[in-house]
Each structure stands twice: as C-alpha cells, then as structure tokens.
Design a protein around this ligand. Structure first.
Ligand code: ADP
Ligand code: MG
Length: 260
C-alpha cells in the first residue's frame, strides 16, 4: 500500500469487479444556506463494502439519504447502477427499488405483524402475489434467524429482533445495494452482536453495502474501505487496517483517539 498518498486516496478493490454500483461526482448539498455536503466524490463498486465514519453532524446520514433521494442534492451527480438521480420520478422509483435502507430506529409499521411488514412493499409496490411474498419473507426471516416471530407485532420484539426484521424487510425487495445508518446505535449492548452478525452474513454473501456505524470492529472485519467524513467532506479513505493503524489527517487521528 506504499503508493497511497493523502492527496490521492486509495480505492482498494481487492479483486472486486470493475462494475460500478454507485457513482457520486462532485456532489454538493445545502440545507437552506447551510452547506452540508461539499464536493463529494465517491465510487462504490459492486460487491464493495464501505463503512462511513465521522463525528456527529459531519453529514454521514445526509450523504446516504441522498443515495436514495430521501434528501435532494443541489449540484453534482449521483448515479445508482447507471441511473442518474434527478427530479425524474421514474428514475427515483427505479433507484429506490434497487436500494434498501436500514435506519437507527427500525421504522417498522407498529400495527402490522412482522410478516406483514415484510410483505407490504413486495405486494403493493412490486405486485408480487401474496403467497409468494410470504414465502420470500419467511426465507429472509429465517436468514435473520427470527422466523418464529413472523406473526408477532414489532412492539412484542426486542430492539435487536426489530432491527433484524427491518433488515429482512429490506431484503424482501431484492435490493442490489444496502444502506445502513447507524443500525446498532439504538440497541442495548447485548443486542448489537446479533444485528452485526446478520450484517456480516450479508457481507459474506456479496451484498454491496454502505454502512454508517461506530462499530469499528465491524469495519475491521468486513469493510473493504473506511471513509472518514468531517464537516461535510470526505477527509480520508483507506483500507480498514491502514485507516486504523496509520491515519493520515489530524482530524482522523483526533476522531480515532476519541472512539477507540
Ligand atoms: P451525521 O449523520 O454525520 O450526524 P447529518 O447528516 O445528520 O450528520 O447532519 C449534518 C448536518 O446537517 C448537521 O449539522 C445537522 O444539524 C444538519 N441537518 C441535518 N438534517 C437537516 C435538515 N433536515 N435541515 C437542516 N439541517 C439539517
Ligand atoms: Mg447520522
């Protein structure tokens, strides 16, 4: 890795395909007059797993929310699987159907059972027949190891179980990319591992993943690349081992000294 310099951030591929899943080019976003994302350039390859780290308020959530247009960017371009995100609603729909998102606060529908949470979008958005949607849902509930909870309501489940339902629900839409925004931050410590294990399993199956997380053990174990953001910019990016053992910028060093 001696060719890496701070000026030319490395994009480690580790045998990944050259196919691009997400391409973000000189993207800027403002909330009103507040310039929240500055000149973001980021190419994510298919099968690549990226962890996004950085202090609170640095723009991590905003960045990943821009990738499925939960937030709008103002300048630059975002492509997902070659489709550009613009005001074109057809494109937004296409991108959203390819991108799954898991939030800190599970966002399950409380009045629907686990199974209904998982089949709602496939039935109503994808027009999948109910029986087939339920089979798919059970497949993914088994994958996240809670098939026995299928007929319960979210409120009857632990936080870790609810988050695994949220992951299963996303997978039911057969996404090509999964975005995670601090999926374990709202969980009690004993439940963090069960969610991380589910994410590790997904990683092992080759899912393209962008994860905002403070779980640096997870980053070390599964990320191809760690991206460090501060004040709306990508300050540094590297392989996990370089990132943790040999951080380049003072801001990264300060951040790591606070979390590790
Ligand atoms: P992070 O996820 O890294 O903590 P966010 O993307 O949530 O950061 O927020 C980045 C900055 O943008 C913060 O200063 C936050 O207060 C601000 N911000 C986030 N959402 C909004 C919004 N909807 N309107 C105005 N400012 C926002
Ligand atoms: Mg956030």
């Amino acid at each position: 890795m001696s060719e890496i310099t701070a000026a030319a951030p490395v994009v480690p591929k580790k045998g990944l395909s050259d196919q691009v899943a997400i391409d973000i080019v000189k993207m800027n976003k403002w909330y009103g007059t507040f310039h929240v994302l500055r000149d973001i350039d980021l190419t994510v390859h298919k099968g690549e797993r990226i962890v996004i780290a950085g202090p609170s308020g640095s723009g991590k959530s905003t960045l990943i929310r821009c990738i499925n247009r939960l937030e709008e960017h103002q300048t630059g371009q975002i492509f997902v699987d070659g489709i550009e995100l613009t005001n074109d609603l057809k494109n937004i729909d296409k991108v959203r159907s390819e991108v799954g998102m898991v939030f800190q606060h599970f966002n399950l529908f409380p009045h629907l059972t686990v199974l209904e949470n998982c089949t709602l979008a496939p039935i109503w958005v994808r027009k999948v027949p109910k029986r087939q949607a339920e089979e798919t849902a059970m497949h993914f509930l088994e994958k996240v190891r809670i098939p026995e909870q299928a007929h319960k309501y979210p409120g009857q489940l632990s936080g870790g179980q609810q988050q695994r339902v949220a992951i299963a629900r996303s997978l039911c839409m057969q996404p090509r990319v999964m975005l995670f925004d601090e999926p374990t931050s709202a969980l009690d410590p004993e439940m963090i591992k069960e969610v991380l294990d589910t994410m590790i399993q997904l990683a092992e199956e080759g899912m393209t993943m962008l994860c905002v997380t403070h779980e640096m053990g997870f980053a070390q174990a599964v990320a191809h690349r760690v991206i460090f953001m501060d004040q709306g910019q990508i300050v540094e990016q590297n392989t996990p081992s370089e990132f943790f053992n040999n951080p380049r910028s003072e801001r990264t060093k300060l951040f790591l000294s606070q979390i590790l």
